[in-house]
Write a protein that binds this ligand. Structure first.
Ligand code: SF4
Length: 462
């Protein structure tokens, strides 16, 4: 995917103008996700649980080198081949070598945001390897040729009609096939892929240092098949996914599920300890784990933003974000969207590419409120905004206008004079003012409030 976060505003405008159905579809899906989360949080002492989960992740991250080495030792003892990859190019090299060793021609993939971040599909396809996404949402967007729009629901921006038309074209299903018929058509195609693939690629939700356990949560059973049917399984695991103890895993899995989909736990949880052992009837002959940095060590060293590495990719912050809800993820121009995407982008891509995204927020703090690992997302958004301004990468007109506003807001007489002056302007002129034109373009020519807000404020509640 083309990564140009500087174009966020242009992309958001284009989606709102040209694809109004996206807003409707995204609002419908995110509201439903959030209602499920809210109910699931309400069933437990979610504040205490989230504080605990935040501590589990903090502990692992503040001792990361030790726990990664412990995880490597346990994985190796379990028969897993461990690779360390500093960059996306390193990951591609490992995949190329493993694929060559095993004569891989076809790969089935479980949903992995990290694989999207690393451009894994393109890298494999450049080697002539066929890649089939097996999560239903990922399968749909692969057929559309699109990147994911949401961490948990990659195709939430697509309507039923879109998918009916797609499957009619690709699979020959009836033009108005039911969702069940569409799922059945995908199942037929994906079964064939599972049975003929040489390699399965997945991410990993958690990696337990104490036992070398790779844990994966899902709802469709495709990850279980991708990790057991092909002769090789490769897991791409960000170094931040390690947790210290086996006894912490159950709580982390359950809380992640509650935050993501409102389930007490995902329908399938796979705990992978290594390749097929002697006498076992199934499972892969070889399991490889690639521990990926790709900028994470730099983030960890940054006092203001390291906590973003606690993220368990539940998508809850996207679901409540009033900005994300308007456009879905494609406006962000990168694999991670919404508040967590806006925090990760400048950290992992740099200010030139990611500096615009922290401004795609109302700073309402809803993201911080719902995060299962209590990442202070809105504080981090402010930090990145400040850094973008200090680096001279924010639009100069915005800085001037905000300085003028701040000066007036601190001087009531000046503020009143400015407000009175504005009201005298003809609407045709007001509509062209840089700080009002975008707002008025959406909301129309609203009349000035009479009496003014300040007068009403002074008068108090009636
Ligand atoms: S930042 Fe928090 S709420 Fe957002 S995806 Fe990550 S864990 Fe979930």
């Amino acid at each position: 995917m083309d990564v140009h976060s500087r174009d966020y505003a242009a992309r958001a405008r284009a989606i709102l103008r040209d694809e109004p159905h996206v807003r409707e579809a995204v609002i419908g899906a995110t509201v439903a996700f959030d209602q499920h989360r809210e109910r699931a949080y309400g069933e437990v002492d979610s504040d205490a649980w989230r504080a605990w989960a935040s501590d589990v992740k903090s502990h692992a991250l503040t001792n990361l080198a030790d726990y990664l080495e412990e995880a490597e030792s346990r994985l190796t003892e379990n028969g897993v081949v461990v690779h360390w990859a500093e960059t996306a190019a390193d990951v591609h090299s490992v995949l190329e070598a493993v694929a060559a060793d095993h004569g891989v021609r076809k790969v089935v993939k479980g949903k992995s945001m990290l694989s999207e971040e690393l451009g894994v599909n393109d890298a494999l396809e450049r080697q002539g390897i066929e890649v089939v996404e097996t999560d239903l949402g990922e399968y749909v967007i692969q057929l559309f040729g699109e990147p994911p729009s949401h961490i948990v629901g990659p195709a939430i921006h697509r309507s039923l009609e879109d998918i009916q038309e797609l499957f009619h074209r690709v699979h020959g299903t009836p033009p108005h096939a039911t969702p069940e018929d569409l799922a059945a058509a995908a199942r037929v195609a994906l079964r064939e892929a599972f049975l003929t693939a040489d390699m399965g690629i997945t991410g990993g939700n958690f990696l337990v240092a104490e036992t070398g356990t790779l844990a994966l949560i899902e709802n469709e059973g495709n990850i279980r098949l991708a990790t057991s049917a092909p002769k090789v399984h490769v897991a791409l695991v960000g170094i931040e996914k390690v947790i210290a103890r086996w006894s912490d895993l159950a709580g982390m899995l359950q809380l992640t599920s509650r935050a993501a989909t409102g389930q007490a736990v995902g329908t399938f949880v796979s705990m992978i300890h290594g390749p097929r052992r002697d006498g076992e009837p199934d499972g892969p002959e070889a399991v490889h784990v690639i521990l990926v940095d790709n900028g994470r060590t730099g983030m960890l060293a940054d006092e203001a933003t390291w906590e973003a590495l606690k993220c368990v990719r539940c998508g809850a912050c996207l679901n409540v974000c009033p900005v994300y809800r308007q456009t879905g993820g494609h406006a962000y121009g990168w694999v991670y969207s919404g508040p967590i995407g806006a925090v990760l982008a400048p950290a992992l891509l740099g200010l030139d590419e990611g500096g615009a995204l922290p401004f795609a927020s109302t700073l309402c703090g809803a993201c911080t409120e719902v995060c299962p690992v209590r990442i202070p997302l809105h504080d981090m958004l402010l930090t990145w905004r400040r850094r973008t301004v200090e680096a001279g990468k924010a639009p100069a007109t915005e800085g001037l206008l905000l300085s003028a506003y701040a000066a007036a807001a601190k001087r009531p007489a000046l503020f009143r004079l400015g407000a009175a002056g504005l009201q005298l302007l003809p609407m045709a002129v007001t509509r062209r003012l840089p700080f009002l034109k975008s707002w008025l373009a959406v909301h129309g020519d609203l009349p000035w409030s009479k009496p003014s807000f300040l007068r009403r404020w002074k008068a108090g509640p009636k």
